[in-house]
Design a protein around this ligand. Sequence first.
Ligand code: FAD
Length: 139
Amino acid sequence: MFLVRLVYVSTFSKDFQSQDIEAILNVSRENNLKKYVTGMLCFNRKYFLQCIEGTRQSVNETYNRIVTDPRHHNLIILDYKEIAVREFSDWSMGYIPESKLTNDININFGGTSIFSPYDMSGESAFMMMLALKSTVPAL
Ligand code: FAD
């Protein structure tokens, strides 16, 4: 069993309501804890950017469930790679809210002050979540 990390971006659907984010985080944390999946989820009321890490099987199974979820669409995988060690081991699913996606963060990792994850490289998206992880609770 070896570890992989997957980073994808998506757009939330019209029928998505902002309180759905709590439900998504709750079910994600419950499921991910059981499967030793860890990661981060960014949400800015338009886009999701998520990183999940774990065994290849558990990451693929999780992504296959996520990809069919009607609460978002237009999923694009930005990166998928084998990794030697987890970076988010304390977060079954850390949540990076819009307030953390400041102009400075967006300029540093995306080139402009607007959060535009479809235009980011997988590495930049991952590095941005890495930079922000210490600012959000381990959950
Ligand atoms: P069930 O709970 O049995 O639901 C059946 C179907 O209905 C699934 O297709 C489900 O996606 C959909 N569904 C569930 N709730 C709603 C709702 N309120 N409105 C509309 N459709 C709904 N799950 C994880 O386990 N780990 C994650 O890291 C994770 N990250 C996610 C990130 C995002 C951006 C989104 C949108 C979802 C995420 N999920 C995650 C949730 C995942 O998509 C599944 O809903 C969840 O894993 C339960 O899967 P299930 O097959 O048991 O579905």
